[in-house]
Design a protein. Structure first.
Length: 175
């Protein structure tokens, strides 16, 4: 492969949800954490499992399986939280995405990616950037910025800010 071709490839973090392999552009991924205790927040959507403490910061955790209409993620030895940055308007929101397991970082040439399948007008597939073939199976390449609506991200962001403010209030009362 020539150096020019190599510069066009994109690195993706691959992970599994319900036996299927998905991928996120590595530039959107901050880190991968082992499963941590998640604090539930009342009156939030089902897919928002709660928040975690990430080095003193409150980070909302999303169950991507629930967001995709699958069953809730069950904790196993491989379950992890992928910390990602999602673009909302002009703001970056940091959130955790639950995954059944993380596989590897792959380099995928854009020329090998097929467009997302058209599923008719009723099914929204705008969050799928494409499908990459690996051996006899597919990797579904996700666009993390398009998985959530602006309203959902606003709700997630407000919930984590409220949790952060409550934490600061409790800490100042303890001091």
């Amino acid at each position: 492969m020539s150096e020019k071709e190599n510069s066009n490839s994109i690195h993706y973090l691959t992970f599994t949800l319900d036996g299927e392999v998905f991928a996120l552009d590595i530039s959107k991924v901050r880190e991968v954490l082992d499963y941590a205790k998640i604090t539930k927040i009342p009156r939030t959507p089902d897919f928002m499992r709660g928040v975690i403490n990430l080095r003193g910061n409150v980070v909302p955790v999303i169950d991507v399986r629930l967001k995709f209409g699958l069953t809730e993620t069950q904790r196993t030895v491989d379950t992890c939280i992928i910390i990602v940055e999602v673009q909302m308007d002009e703001e970056n929101i940091v959130l955790g995405a639950l995954a059944d397991s993380v596989k590897e970082v792959l380099e995928i040439e854009p020329s090998t990616v097929e467009p997302a399948p058209k599923m008719g007008t009723r099914l929204n597939t705008k969050f799928i950037d494409g499908m990459a073939k690996q051996d006899e199976s597919f990797i579904i390449i996700l666009n993390i910025d398009k998985i959530f609506s602006t309203d959902e991200l606003t709700l997630v962001n407000e919930s984590s800010q409220l949790q952060s403010e409550e934490k600061e209030t409790l800490e100042s009362q303890d001091a």
